[in-house]
Unconditional design. Structure first.
Length: 157
């Protein structure tokens, strides 16, 4: 499984104001934390993402997430993204064409409950997910032996 933005989760769950202040008092510790951060990004970048050859275009901004990649050939991968949704619901739109294989889009709200789980299709506009907790939502895309074009968007409702 490929995880995008691993440090974002680590910084929000590990550091607080007090631990950040302690870093300023201990320069050696601050350098160690900086080195660890660089290593996390380096390791994340080394993961072989089967979508990379197809130049995926992902836009992940507050309240709006989208991903598109074309010319996918026989890709099997699970990619997970953290999406900041300040709302409690979202609309989901997709326009995906597959010649073979399967797709699955799963979205979980901040408390970890699944609010959306469907195969991507040629044209589907979901007016609303069930109500969920606002904050960081998880967007997980699974492709299994997939060939075609993948295109979807999740927006705050």
């Amino acid at each position: 499984m490929n995880v995008v933005e691993p440090l974002r989760l680590a910084t929000t769950s590990v550091f607080n104001r007090e631990s950040t202040m302690q870093l300023h008092r201990k320069p050696g510790l601050a350098r160690l934390v900086t080195l660890a951060s660089v290593l996390v990004f380096a390791i994340a970048g080394c993961g072989a993402n089967p979508l990379a050859p197809f130049q995926p275009e992902a836009s992940n901004v507050a309240d709006n997430f989208s991903l598109q990649t074309t010319g996918v050939t026989n890709a099997t991968t699970t990619n997970t993204y953290i999406w900041a949704n300040s709302g409690t619901r979202a609309t989901i739109n997709h326009s995906t064409t597959t010649q073979s294989g399967t797709t699955l889009l799963v979205i979980k709200h901040a408390a970890g409950t699944t609010v959306y789980s469907k195969a991507l299709s040629a044209s589907l506009n979901e007016p609303s997910t069930p109500v969920g907790a606002a904050a960081n939502w998880t967007v997980q895309l699974t492709l299994t032996n997939c060939s075609g074009t993948v295109n979807f968007r999740a927006q705050k409702l």
